[in-house]
Each structure stands twice: as C-alpha cells, then as structure tokens.
Design a protein around this ligand. Structure first.
Ligand SMILES: C[S@@+](CC[C@H](N)C(=O)[O-])C[C@H]1O[C@@H](n2cnc3c(N)ncnc32)[C@H](O)[C@@H]1O
Length: 221
C-alpha cells in the first residue's frame, strides 16, 4: 500500500460508523471529482470554500494531497457536519480544516476557490441560481469555481442517474431528493455573464452515470 493509500485509509477510519467508513473508502479511492479538484487547485494555493460539503471528504482529500491552504466546508445538513467534525477531531485535523452548519447561500469569511460537488440538483431552479451567485461572490482573482453535477440531457446515463438519485432519497442518505437537473446552458450563462471563463468536460469515468465537471475561472488581477 502506498503512503497516499495509507493516508486515505486513515481518513476513512476516522468516521464513526462502519457503513460510513465503507462509503468513505470507496469515495476517496474512486471519485474522480476529488482528484480533478486537487489537480486544478494544486498549482494555485489559496483558501477553498466547499459548499454542500457533506461529511467534509473533499477537505480531507485536498489536505492529504497538500492542495489547499485553508478549507471551509458548509452544509445545511447538521448530521453530516457533526459526523465530519467528529472525524476531523479524531484525525487531529480540527485546526486545519473547518466545517460549519450553514446554508449554501450564506456569506462566509473566505475568498479563494469554491467547490460545488453534487449539490445543485438538490435545489429548485431559483435556489440553484442563488447558490451559484454566492459561489461566484467567494471567488478571489485567479480563483476557480469547480462544479461537478448531473446535466440534463437525452442519454441513457442521464436516465441511470435519475434512478440512482431515487434510491439515494429513499435510503435516507439524502434528506431532500433531486429537485431540478440543470442543463449546461443554465449554468454556463450566468457564470459567463459574471465575467468568468467557463469550460465543461464529462467526468463519467467507468460509471454508468451522467456526470460533468464545469470549471469557471475568475481572471487574475
Ligand atoms: C450528494 S451530497 C455531496 C457532498 C459533497 N459535496 C461530496 O461531493 O462528497 C450533497 C450535499 O449538498 C447539501 N446541500 C443541499 N442543499 C444545500 C444548501 N442549500 N446549502 C448547503 N448544503 C446543501 C446536502 O446536505 C448534501 O450534504
């Protein structure tokens, strides 16, 4: 096992329920969005705001890879923030990474990069717009907004994703089910209007699901 694998396993073992540990191990080992975010921000050291951070896995992943100077994760689900904070405390990272219970539209005392991984479709269309605006407001010059999301399209992957979202909701892991699947244009238009340079690529990997990575960059000063 490499040093990095050992570090990622240590992170997984800091979560308190065996089911959560299994979930964390598979996410850290196989979720392409974490690796993609680390690769994007690695050469641009600045703080990162993670909106809809869940149990704070992205922060732990980025910290392990030395890819972030300061991390604040916010989530509206208190259970997840508490579970994430317990894990940070156990792994001794409570001073380096911060998780707070807050809505994604609340202003935070941090400017830099912003991540929005698998969050937008849990909000209605107007809520998505408010979250996007708030994300943009936290970008520093040269900062990146990294969004991973399902995008509405006609494809088998899109249908498979909707089925998996149904099971996430009925299992209780997600308290609120998917509300609105945005199209690429719905995300691209307001970001470009805010002066950001936007690029989109698929992030399906080997999964059968619909998944895209959208990166919006604020020009350096
Ligand atoms: C599928 S999880 C993704 C978690 C994390 N971003 C990741 O990739 O591991 C979606 C998260 O978005 C959070 N969320 C949904 N609406 C939110 C809002 N308005 N403000 C903050 N968090 C929100 C949910 O509570 C949930 O933890």
């Amino acid at each position: 096992m490499s040093c990095m694998d050992a570090a990622l396993y240590r992170i997984a073992n800091s979560y308190d329920h065996w089911l959560q540990r299994r979930y964390v191990k598979s996410k850290l080992a196989a979720d392409p969005a974490y690796a993609a975010t680390a690769a994007l921000v690695m050469g641009r050291p600045m703080p990162l705001l993670d909106i809809g951070c869940g149990i704070g896995l992205l922060g732990q992943y980025l910290h392990t890879h030395g890819a972030v100077t300061r991390y604040l994760g916010v989530d509206s689900d208190l259970r997840k923030i508490e579970a994430g904070n317990r894990a940070l405390h156990l792994s001794g990272l409570g001073n380096a990474l911060h998780l707070a219970h807050a809505d994604g539209t609340a202003r935070q005392p941090i400017r830099g990069h912003v991540a929005l991984l698998d969050v937008l479709h849990y909000l209605p269309q107007e809520g998505q717009r408010a979250l996007l605006d708030n994300a943009v407001a936290h970008l520093a010059p040269g900062g990146l907004l990294v969004i991973r999301n399902v995008l509405r399209e006609r494809s088998l992957r899109y249908a498979m994703t909707r089925i998996s979202e149904f099971f996430l909701r009925t299992s209780g892991w997600m308290r609120v089910g998917a509300q609105h699947y945005p199209s690429e244009e719905e995300l691209r238009t307001p970001l470009e209007a805010a002066g950001l340079a936007v690029s989109v690529r698929s992030l399906h990997g080997k999964t059968p699901f619909d998944c895209y990575l959208l990166v919006a960059e604020r020009a350096p000063r």
